[in-house]
Design a protein around this ligand. Sequence first.
Ligand SMILES: [Zn+2]
Ligand SMILES: [Zn+2]
Length: 443
Amino acid sequence: MMIEQVGQIEPWLRKRFVCDCGKEHSTSIRKVIIERGALAELAPYAQERGYSELLLVADRHTLEAAGRELLQQCEAAQLKARLCVLAEDEHGELAADERVIVQLMLHVTPSAQAIVAVGSGTIHDTVRFVAHRTNRAFLSVPTAPSVDGFASVGAPLIIGGFKQTIPAMPPEAIFADLALLAKSPQAMIAAGFGDMLGKYTSLADWQLGQVLFGEPYCELAAEMTRQGLALCVDHAEDIAAGTELGVRKLMEGLTLSGISMLLVGNSRPASGGEHHLSHYWEMKFIQERRRALLHGAKVGVAAVKMAALYESAAALTKEAAARAIAAKQASGDVPTAERVCAQIKKGYGSIADQVLAENGLEAGSVSSLDEELPQRIIKHWDAIRDVCRSVPSPAVLAEALQRAGGPTTIEELGVEEELLQESMQYAMYVRNRYTIMRLGQWL
Ligand SMILES: [Zn+2]
Ligand SMILES: [Zn+2]
């Protein structure tokens, strides 16, 4: 039906339709402008929508990059606009957590009609949550093409040290000014590319869920993510150089990935094991009060690790997979509910209860091992192997990251081997979602 338009943004704005996957999809985003000078389109848009009072949310960097200019533009258009500049903590960090949410809440006056996120992921996630809970319109001004979360619904927030995704809402409109994006730090541009590269493994993880558990799967959403990824991979050099064409293609790719999540109503197309690894590292860094790493930089490196798991699974014939599973069963090294509970308690310490709940393993709940799973894995091995083979090799992914100028190894990223080993054991439980890490427990 609309599959030929799948790599474009415009056809999917404010749409409601019944898809070939059998589900009704809808998107509420009204406008996406990705061009030089997009910033100046915000004030006229707000006027058109009848938003006479705006709250502009920035940090001290994005205030200088775009916040002040936007404030002047709003004032020139006779709009009432106020600034909320989110303050970093004592370690110079700004995370989408309780502290920052309260800072923003204190600035939301009864008369403010729209909240404008002027920044990257953290500011967007904070505004997305607060705008949703205070019933205000949410407008987006990305200042760096660093994540695919601009267009998405869920707000990944860190509450009590646990990274969880709280349902919120997408922005009503996105104003991505290429002049601004091209000036953003190279590391943030490379991070956006890393976030996109993770789609190779997140899409494969989604297919594993479909093959083994009959999870709902939408080929349209998957194809949209794939085409967004292709835009980025095809322009890796331009993206690395931070040219206007490069940041345009990257921003388009990130936006398509966001719209794909909107279509299916969750982050399944865009977030799999590579994101779980990234979230695990992030939580450990917070616990240890270490300086945060860029989300997309972590995701890119984690995708290389997931691709290695896919590569070794792809090497197994059906007979070899069956033998590996039999050996695991014979040694008792299988993920029973008891063993998973014990592992989560060991790996997550003070936040173990939240992780157990995420996995449906709260204290007192009756949970049993999916007895049939090993047989299903063997039965569907050929389909699983096709999925595994669809993921590029770790070397190819690392090379692409390198072309875009991002870190390719944990050393370059700043994650120790010890933390990597720990995360390869525990990160799969960050979300109750099937991934190559969970499949790897059987192989
Ligand atoms: Zn991401
Ligand atoms: Zn669909």
